[in-house]
Write a protein that binds this ligand. Sequence first.
Ligand SMILES: [Zn+2]
Length: 343
Amino acid sequence: MTNMMKALIFRGAGNVTLEELPVPECNPDGVLVKIARAGICGSDIHAYTRGGMAGGIMSDESKFGHEFVGNIVEVGANVEGLSVGDRVWVDPGCCVPDPNLSCMAGGFAEYIATITAVKDRDVFVLPDEVSFAEAVLIEPFAVGVHTKNRARTCVDDKVLLYGAGPIGLMTYAALVNQGVENVIVAEQLPSRIEKARSLGADVFDNSNGADVYAYAREKFGSFTSNAVEAADIDVTLDCVGFGVILATHIENARYSSRFSTLGMDFSPMTLVPGFLMAKQLEIMGSRCYDPADIVEVIDVLKNRKTDIGSIITGEFGFDQATEAFETACDRVKGLKVVFNIAD
Ligand SMILES: [Zn+2]
């Protein structure tokens, strides 16, 4: 092993450079991983288009990349249960001193050193059936699975899922894996509608104000409580995150239903809070993931009930970094863009 590696450095909006850096040293409580694949996240795209601080997630002039998988090449003296050669997914939060800095973990590199490496908390060994090509989806996948699990989604629930972007589609795949059959996916972008349908989803095109609740009434029936009739939706999962979805939900939701969102809309909005009481609504936010979500995602990838790997629309080398980011920024062409670094 040489002691130098290639890594991408984020230098500000529209500016990513490929540089030679020393391979990081293996920490006594961590592992050193040779990265095989690394995915470009929505947050990386925000930084690339608006600047790191504008997105509020990373400083300009920093390493970045937080969705990666690879092989362990060195194990710290204090680490238990992990070995050289293990194929692993790594929680990016264990590569930085503060998990809130995980966007700057440095996964767009040939090697990464973790600070800690507790098995099944920081580092998960991949089963043979799950290739690096698909395992690179684990991190964003877990974000979607967490949203579903925050809403305590059960097999018999009738679910309305907003959004067929990468996280929406992965959340859909997790619902299928769980055996949830009554799902409506609401999406507006034609290419994403088509992709969701190719995975088997019942997709409602809610562009131009088309009423998904009217469609849900047809498909799921209606539910009346206290003389108020509403579409019989148990769980609404918001993988889009525009405030209007929450406002529309509060107005249209049925009695005692659950709503979980991973949206990042910080603009103020008007709500009718009385509906929360009158309908006894549960509204919750969903942030990141727990180890249990990672275990579930690995299970989804292993069981292959959907062809979720097909959401990867582009694989690039580090020498094509600008092309990779430009593709990722294109909402039609760039559903999920990945760097193929090694096998
Ligand atoms: Zn991410």
